[in-house]
Design a protein around this ligand. Structure first.
Ligand code: HEM
Length: 517
């Protein structure tokens, strides 16, 4: 009898495995057939077109750009049995961003590579859980919450300025990227995490380092499918660094949450005192009640468990830090090369601030800094810091260009493909902020410019980014001129980028600062 039960169990397992293999094979055959006309690099048994993108990390970005150049706006890649389709035409993208069949994130690129480190959160989730979390988180980035960040934006811009003053004094050439990272991380701590700086000071430096290292390590693990297995990853020389980074992130976020929850349990008297203080000094009260406070005090926010909150905070820290600091680094590098663009920014700043170099950047100043905003947009066009993101169709979807995205494939969007398309952006290698003048944007498809993705899964932080970056630039450029040293790149097109989870300046943004007369 026992023998019969064992045989039945084994039979059931084998039958299930067989059905699974048949279903997978059917899906692959269907994908092969449906995408037979999409161009792609040569594909070989087992490895597919892996050889076209394999090699050192420094070369991956250039390889993808070359694929776009050789093969056109829609490219197919077989990575082993996984079909990847890169889509870049704006009309196709419109459907990718808005069609309900394309809202899921592929497990292979998101949950399996990011969740071991960050836990679940907006970036990796799909389905009903995702919609619930987005409904809870998005309102915490509302205009009034963002406005309450202005003092932190100014304080950290000033901190960056002080550091530049020291470097200007010596005249030395320095890499702007670590400075951008420090300025961004402090800002994110004080705004998104609403962290009480004084109680987290000692951890923060470690977190700044861990975030940057973390992005590199998550990418390192993410593009090597065999490292999905913890057992194999333990053999990697990066395993200990990775674990240390996870530990630093977990400890920091847990400490932030504990401090917040402790603050929430203040006695009624203390709260009343705080409210009275807030009534007397509204700007201070708004500063205290920033993003996380807002989230924790909203009715829906209270429904998130500590684990869910911790995951979301780690996602926000990961999503905001590198992308924003990379943009600031590329921006500084671009205007150091393009002195004519920098001159125009300074002209605008002199007019808006009436020559005052020390006044804080007020909320009313930001909309007036139109040329500065165009320069940031042009920086994001040339060096979109989120170089790829992806979706997975839950059924076949036909795009306006006629291409069919088969169910289960990985649809990759790379802003670089779209932003460098000469049919969309004439002379795409030229750095020209005036492309974004209203008269020059007329007739351009809204999905031609996609650094923040678009549609239902677009970046929740894009208004935060522009406010912060404009404040930082307006503070720094009123005081300093940024220059490249002799022998540095002659044009923006000479800047080399390195591809990780985000896009960094290869070799660092080597510049010099000079105090303005
Ligand atoms: C220049 C800076 C930034 C860029 C270029 C950027 C870009 C993007 C892109 C392309 C996505 C979509 C990713 C995907 O579909 O996988 C995204 C999502 C996201 N971003 Fe940003 N981001 C930036 C800054 C920020 C900041 C400052 C925050 C938060 C304070 C933030 C929070 C998020 C979140 C939570 C998501 C997931 C949204 C969702 O799926 O619902 N980002 N970002």
């Amino acid at each position: 009898m026992l023998e019969l039960v064992v045989w039945c169990a084994v039979g059931a397992v084998v039958a299930r495995a067989f059905l699974w293999v048949c279903a997978a094979a059917r899906e692959v055959l269907h994908q092969l057939w449906v995408t037979r006309d999409i161009p792609g690099p040569p594909s070989y048994p087992l490895v597919g077109s892996f050889l076209a993108v394999a090699g050192p990390q420094e070369e991956l970005y250039e390889k993808l750009v070359a694929l776009r150049r050789q093969l056109g706006p829609t490219v197919k890649l077989w990575l082993g049995p996984v079909l990847v389709i890169i889509v870049s035409r704006p009309r196709d993208l419109e459907l990718v961003f808005t069609d309900p069949r394309l809202q899921a994130k592929p497990w292979l690129m998101y949950a399996s590579s990011l969740e071991p480190c960050l836990g679940a959160g907006l970036i990796t989730m799909s389905g009903a859980d995702y919609r619930r979390h987005r409904r809870i988180i998005a309102p915490s980035f509302a205009q009034d919450v963002l406005h309450s960040f202005a003092p932190a934006f100014n304080a950290n811009a000033r901190r960056l300025s002080e550091r530049l003053a020291e470097l200007a004094e010596t005249g030395e050439v320095f890499d702007a990227s670590p400075l951008s990272r420090m300025c961004t991380s402090y800002t994110v701590c004080e705004t998104v995490l609403s962290a009480d700086s004084s109680r987290l000071e000692e951890d923060r430096e470690a977190v700044v380092k861990a975030v940057y290292r973390g992005v590199t390590l998550m990418f390192h693990r993410g593009i090597r499918p065999w490292y999905r297995s913890d057992l194999l990853f333990r053999l990697s020389k990066n395993y200990h660094d990775y674990q240390e980074m996870v530990r630093i992130g977990d400890t920091f976020v847990s400490k932030v949450l504990d401090l917040k929850m402790e603050a929430q349990q203040q006695t009624e008297t203390a709260r009343q005192e705080e409210e009275a203080e807030a009534a007397a000094a509204p700007s201070k009260s708004r500063r205290n009640k920033a993003f996380l406070d807002h989230l924790l005090s909203s009715e829906e926010g209270k429904t998130l468990t500590k684990e869910e909150l911790s995951g979301e905070l780690k996602h926000l820290v990961a999503a905001s830090n590198s992308t924003t600091s990379d943009t600031l680094s590329f921006f500084m590098y671009c205007i150091a090369i393009r002195q004519d663009v920098q001159d125009k920014i300074v002209e605008e700043l002199d007019s808006v601030f009436e020559g005052d170099r020390d006044r804080e950047v007020g909320l009313a100043d930001l909309p007036k800094l139109k040329y500065l905003e165009r320069t940031f947009k042009e920086t994001l066009r040339c060096f979109a810091p989120a170089p790829i993101y992806a979706r997975q169709p839950d059924s076949d979807v036909k795009l306006p260009s006629g291409v069919t995205l088969p169910k289960g494939c990985v649809v990759v969007v790379s802003p670089h493909f779209t932003h460098k398309d000469p049919d969309v952006w004439p002379d795409p290698a030229e750095f020209d902020p005036d492309r974004f003048l209203p008269e020059n944007s007329r007739g351009r498809h809204p999905h031609s410019f996609i650094p923040f993705s678009a549609g239902t899964r677009s970046c929740v932080g894009q208004r935060f980014v522009m406010m912060f970056l404009k404040t930082a630039a307006a503070t720094v450029l009123r005081r300093f001129r940024l220059e490249t040293p002799p022998g540095g790149p002659q044009s923006v097109a000479d800047i080399r980028a390195i591809f990780s989870l985000t896009l960094h300046v290869q070799g660092g943004a080597q510049i010099r600062a000079r105090r303005r007369e």
